[in-house]
Design a protein around this ligand. Structure first.
Ligand code: PGA
Length: 240
């Protein structure tokens, strides 16, 4: 794993954006695997700023996101589809039909998982962006998820519900279930970029980088990826 340690979160975001912009400029048809959460916000702001200043085009870029809460749709401010449109897509010239997330409102969840897996087969990711949960999860693959997993329905770990409750009016409102890409889907990306910021991620980051490769720490699978870069600020990297 390549490791870049930055002085703060802003520099982490700039370093991540550099990698993404490089991919987008070299391949206007690239497929970007995208993530939600607090961590990628600075990187998305950098892409929006670059679009405003330099006019980088996303007309032929396709995006696929990692996950979505079950029961939430584009009209719900806490949904990930809303997050992506609000924090990134509205600043780019990307056609919305080129942007993909699991459908949290699907009536038949197993059919939705199958649809998303088939879609991922047609859209091999040029680069996949990831955050990491304080419990070592990537996407919503909580500890114990099989390394061979594909898109599936998950019940969120209590620690994840707690971590994510800051974005909801009350903890009871955090959905308990989600659709998520599996670890096998994530590992298929040609290149992976993991961002981590803050002391709350230090334990998870050190287990990901230096720990045993085990399903108890989903992010540890990334040690097996041939082209994975961790960009961590010095707090998140403090235990490496
Ligand atoms: P965060 O979430 O960016 O909001 O910390 C990361 C994650 O849980 O994957």
């Amino acid at each position: 794993m390549n490791i870049i340690i930055t002085k703060d979160q802003a520099e982490m975001s700039r370093e991540g954006a550099k990698i993404f912009l490089d991919v987008i400029r070299n391949d206007p048809y690239a497929v970007l695997g995208l993530a939600t959460g607090t961590t990628p916000l600075g990187l998305y702001a950098q892409l929006a700023e670059d679009r405003r200043r330099n006019g980088t085009s996303y007309r032929n870029i396709r995006t696929v996101n990692l996950d979505e809460y079950i029961g939430l749709g584009a009209e719900d401010e806490q949904s990930y589809v809303y997050f992506m449109r609000h924090n990134l897509f509205r600043y780019l010239d990307i056609p919305l039909e080129n942007t993909h997330l699991p459908n949290g409102k699907a009536e038949d969840l197993s059919a939705e998982c199958a649809r998303y897996n088939a879609l991922l087969d047609t859209l091999p990711r040029t680069v996949q962006l990831l955050g990491i949960g304080s419990n070592g999860h990537i996407a919503f693959n909580e500890p114990g998820t099989p390394f061979g997993s594909e898109t599936h329905v998950v019940t969120l770990a209590e620690s994840t519900v707690r971590d994510n409750s800051r974005l909801f009016a009350r903890q009871e409102n955090v959905p308990r279930r989600a659709l998520t890409m599996g670890l096998k889907n994530i590992m298929e990306a040609e290149k992976i970029v993991v961002l981590a910021s803050g002391a709350g991620k230090a334990n998870a980051v050190s287990s990901m980088v230096r720990g045993v490769v085990t399903e108890a720490v989903p992010a540890s699978i990334l040690q097996r990826h041939p082209n994975c870069t961790l960009i961590a600020d010095k707090e998140a990297a403090s235990l490496i």
